[in-house]
Design a protein around this ligand. Structure first.
Ligand SMILES: [Zn+2]
Length: 253
């Protein structure tokens, strides 16, 4: 059984890896990570903390039942949202949870999702800040991308970070699931960054490493007149292969 201490240490490990300079995924206070503790609470990075040097004091335990109703609310101003984030903490000693805790809370409720990671990775953002962002979300260019990032990614048009972004992520993810009949692994935020959801911190890391690699290849092949996308039939074939399902379980996606 996973204890709260195990969850904290695996979340810190994920944060430290994502914050490494050579990965170019987050600098300063960029990005955030979360993990489910129970049906009632989850752990999430606090506002402004640095992923690469995150310590236990940079993590807040929050209640789902305080944050999820906010996603249905209309007309909350910034001060009310800030207060609600403070009110969601289990311990009054914890710092203010990231404003992106709202989408973490909702995404942790998706089937099989225990962990969420969000970064502003350079290659992914090169594409998400370009006119080809949607094309990157819709298409696949090599088999391992399908294994780690799914057949397609959710695409979220640029939205003000915070409550409005959590609302649009919910809307676009529900539409994606209804249309593709698949659970998402990767959510791309136009002009902002990328979110990976998974059953473990290792799975979230694998998806984020692979989406960044895919983006680098996309950018490079675009410079050569590409990319040549895999056909829908080729993508479905990889997604349906039993050996790929085995690899997904080994990678704890
Ligand atoms: Zn962000």
């Amino acid at each position: 059984m996973t204890t709260r201490a195990d969850s904290i240490s695996s979340l810190l490990q994920l944060a430290h890896t994502l914050g490494k300079d050579d990965l170019r995924m987050s600098i300063l206070g960029e990005g955030n990570v979360s993990i489910r503790v129970s049906d009632e609470t989850f752990l999430v990075k606090t506002s402004g903390a640095n992923l690469g040097s995150l310590s236990e004091t940079g993590i807040a335990e929050c209640r789902f039942d305080k944050l999820l109703p906010m996603i249905d609310s209309k007309g909350m101003d910034d001060a009310q949202i800030d207060q609600a984030l403070f009110d969601a903490r289990v311990s009054l000693d914890a710092k203010k949870p990231s404003v992106e805790s709202l989408f973490h809370a909702w995404l942790l409720g998706l089937p099989g999702v225990q962990c969420v990671g969000h970064v502003h990775a350079i290659a992914v953002n090169q594409i998400l800040c370009s006119p080809r962002a949607k094309e990157f979300a819709r298409n696949r260019i090599f088999p391992d991308e399908i294994v780690c990032c799914g057949c397609e990614s959710v695409f979220v048009p640029y939205t003000d970070p915070g409550l409005a972004l959590a609302q649009v992520i919910r809307q676009k993810t529900l539409k994606f699931v209804a249309r593709t009949k698949r659970d998402p692994r990767i959510i791309l935020l136009e002009n902002h960054g990328v979110i990976a959801v998974g059953s473990s911190p290792d799975g979230v890391l694998a998806s984020l490493l692979m989406v960044e690699k895919s983006a680098q290849i996309f950018v490079g092949s675009a410079a050569l007149g590409g990319p040549n996308f895999l056909t829908a039939k080729q993508v479905q074939r990889i997604a349906g292969r039993p050996d790929e399902h085995y690899r997904q379980s080994v990678l704890k996606l």
